[in-house]
Design a protein around this ligand. Structure first.
Ligand code: CO
Length: 201
């Protein structure tokens, strides 16, 4: 089992390897970050942003929470979006959900889970917006997976409607919002083809 000490050893060999492969990498990166992507994903340990798209430090600005939800009143997520859009001027915001999401499953199982049920209300709202379509799917796993997709679509819409993104588009800033979903079973991402790149909604 990995102990915290093992992690620190891992860190030292990782830093050494990067420095050997790209001398001056950390020194250069320490002065500024210019990522083109903001990633909004699930906290799930199996969906690490940088790793699954094979990008090094400095390339993606990341926000993760349970079930990759963008709530209009969540100052944490909104602040990340504001900084990414207004200061870093990222060109793409990617919401990446994943099939088999525990948060989505918990929102559907009808069991009490404590405090997190308040957070999962947002997922239940997504279900409510799409009741007809979801109730027509007989297989529970397929229904959950479809809700994982619909949740991403909903969050893309929420991002597009933030004042930060509306203002950026109003000012002619180049910015596209994308909805993707990751499959744990094969490590592949599917583009849900719901990208929005201007106020054309
Ligand atoms: Co998840």
């Amino acid at each position: 089992m990995d102990t915290p000490n093992t992690l620190l050893e891992n860190n030292r060999s990782w830093a050494k390897r990067i420095e050997r492969e790209k001398p001056g990498f950390f020194e250069q990166l320490s002065t500024q970050q210019t990522p083109e992507y903001l990633w909004i994903g699930c906290s799930d340990s199996r969906v690490p942003a940088n790793e699954i798209v094979n990008l090094p430090p400095g390339e993606i600005f990341v926000h993760r929470n349970i079930a990759n939800v963008v709530v209009h009143t969540d100052l944490n997520c909104l602040s990340v979006i504001q900084y990414a859009v207004e200061v870093l001027k990222v060109k793409h915001i990617i919401v990446c959900g994943h099939y088999g999401c525990g948060g989505i499953k918990a929102a559907l199982d009808g069991q009490p889970h404590g405090l997190i049920d308040n957070w999962l209300r947002h997922i239940r709202d997504v279900y409510r917006f799409n009741t007809e379509q979801l109730d027509a799917i007989a297989d529970p796993k397929q229904r959950t997976d479809r809700l994982c997709e619909l949740n991403v679509v909903e969050q893309v819409d929420n991002i597009c409607n933030t004042t930060m993104v509306q203002n950026a588009w109003g000012a002619g800033q180049e910015l596209t919002v994308h909805g993707w979903i990751y499959r744990l079973e094969d490590g592949l991402i599917k583009d849900l083809n719901v990208s929005v790149h201007a106020q054309n909604k």
